[in-house]
Design a protein around this ligand. Structure first.
Ligand code: ZN
Length: 342
């Protein structure tokens, strides 16, 4: 089969479009003919190499996969050849206490397609049947691939970790990104007031279209000052963080008393400072969030099926041009998801 493979870490140039053997199925596995695979910042981290993480090489990246069932392995009962599917990106052991409690994203063996196992930047991918979800009929393969990782992540952050309630205010950083565009929609659906930031007017226009109430252009305006102005000096109840070091200070300065900062990423840097006196005197909560559960993904996909949440596809590249697709995401030129068509 054709696949995007890298044998060493580095820039987009290490991605090779080449021929590799088709994956072999184990008990309970299905073979998916990939039709679309959406990119995430995780793909960039995995390609560049992460300190302390051993990525098996050569490696096929790609966590967000939509396609058709090409083959079913022994023990597969619910899934039929030819069925259009979207894959839950998370893989876990399914037998530990966390997995049995439905908290698969806290499993010690949790990983994702394209992270510690081969992913979907290929014609075929092997997947456990438990990861298969029917693809929402209203979507194209490219749109379906744009759903799982970002909507799941944003849902777990806002609804589960930050326990967002109607009438609260949310600051969504980087609203032009995949996870940001998902967060704007989920926060809006939850009945919150949404303040969105982005670095260009085109990205802000998209955030407005998706339901943002207020817009901040962070290349021209100070985020914390604008938040204070928009909230009558109070600050927001929830800050949706994924940017990291570059915005950390402004994110804290935007929090209302008893505010919650929830974060899932650190694309601009991993080190941050905090004045502990401000943390306790304002009674803030700092919340980490990592992916989400398979159960949450089902809810999110149902909301997409119902037309209440909409994947945002920025640009579709043919699989062979994965290096250009990575470069586009790396330069943060995109609005929504960059997708590979296979
Ligand atoms: Zn487990």
């Amino acid at each position: 089969m054709k696949a995007i493979v890298f044998a060493q870490h580095g820039g987009p140039e290490v991605l090779q479009y080449t021929e590799v053997p088709e994956p072999k199925l184990g008990h309970g596995d299905v073979l998916v003919r990939v039709r679309a695979c959406a990119l995430n910042h995780l793909d960039l981290w995995v390609r560049k190499g992460l300190p302390g993480v051993q990525i098996p090489l050569p490696h096929i990246p790609g966590s967000d996969i939509a396609g058709e069932i090409a083959k079913v392995g022994e023990g597969v009962t619910r899934t039929k050849v030819g069925q259009k599917v979207v894959l839950a990106p998370g893989l876990s052991c399914n037998v530990c206490d966390a997995c049995l409690a439905g908290l698969d994203n806290t499993c010690r063996r949790y990983t994702m397609f394209g992270y510690l196992v081969d992913g979907g930047s290929a014609e075929y991918v092997r997947a456990p049947e438990i990861n298969v979800l029917p693809m929402p009929e209203r979507l194209s393969f490219e749109e379906a691939a744009a759903v799982p990782l970002v909507f799941l992540t944003a849902w777990h952050m806002l609804m589960t970790r930050a326990a967002l309630r109607p009438g609260e205010s949310v600051l969504v950083l980087g609203a032009g990104s995949g996870v940001g565009s998902a967060a704007v929609q989920i926060a809006r659906l939850a009945g919150a007031q949404v303040i969105a930031t982005a670095g260009s007017d085109a990205k802000l226009a998209k955030a407005k279209e998706l339901g943002a109430d207020e817009l901040i252009n962070h290349s021209k305006q100070d985020i914390a000052e604008e938040v204070k102005r928009l909230t009558n000096k109070r600050g927001v109840d929830v800050v949706f963080e994924h940017v990291g070091a570059a915005t950390w200070e402004k994110s804290l300065a935007s929090l209302a008393p008893q505010g919650r900062l929830v974060t899932c990423g650190a694309t601009t840097g991993m080190e941050a400072k905090i004045d502990i006196r401000r943390l306790f005197s304002h009674q803030w909560s700092l919340l980490g969030s990592y992916m989400g559960t398979r159960g949450e993904l089902r809810k999110v996909v149902a909301l997409v099926e119902q037309g209440k949440l909409h994947p945002v596809v920025d640009k579709v590249f043919p699989l062979a041009e994965a290096a250009s697709a990575h470069a586009r995401l790396e330069k943060r030129e995109q609005i929504g998801k960059v997708v590979l068509k296979v």
